[in-house]
Design a protein around this ligand. Sequence first.
Ligand code: C5P
Length: 223
Amino acid sequence: MPTDHLVITLDGPAGAGKSTVAKSLAGRLGITYLDTGAMYRALTLKALRLKMDLSDEEALTTLCRNTKITFKEMPDGSLSILLDGEDVSTAIRAPEVTNNTFYIAKTPGVRTLMVAWQRAMGQDRSIVTDGRDQGTVVFTDARYKFYVDCDVEERVQRRFKELVAAGKPVNLDQLRADMKDRDQKDFTRAVGPLKKAPDAITVDSTGLTVEGTVDKIMKLIHL
Ligand code: C5P
């Protein structure tokens, strides 16, 4: 059912700059930013901490049902993600989490719950939401849908620079292999795979800065 508030979806592959673009876009429009990848990461973190068998989809679905994932606005305007009340904004960016989120993201029961939570968050407020299935599954009636793409080598280089800047040791070849592996898994999973919605506008961020990409999107939005 179409809504009277504004929902903007940004889907696309890992490292295309979606999160930073979505955050900046939401800031410019003065609306809420929803980071759906952070939600899958948070549940992955919990499952890893509990040393769960990540191939046990029933157990992961039960875990998800018994987990509370919320977002909290911080005094500096940034958004923190809370896992059962604990701020895990930094912990969910660890490579171990990144490389295991695939198990959580491919579990149908988990996706059903995540989709419902995401819809609830976009039900009564204007949002910019980023992920893989936001325009195709979660907010099919969104007023604006964008597919943010970027050349794979540039995505690898961007992620490399981010990790180096954060003081995290990283091997470029390993990073490239991991990125391609994540792409493959995101594109081919049976539920909620990454694909461009038929009514989404492709925005290629290759060679563009974050603000350049946001400018490009802003020109396509007419409020
Ligand atoms: O966007 P980000 O890289 O933080 O997402 C982490 C992982 O969560 C992705 O690799 C993807 O597999 C999964 N994801 C998903 N559906 C979403 C958002 C993220 O399956 N809506």
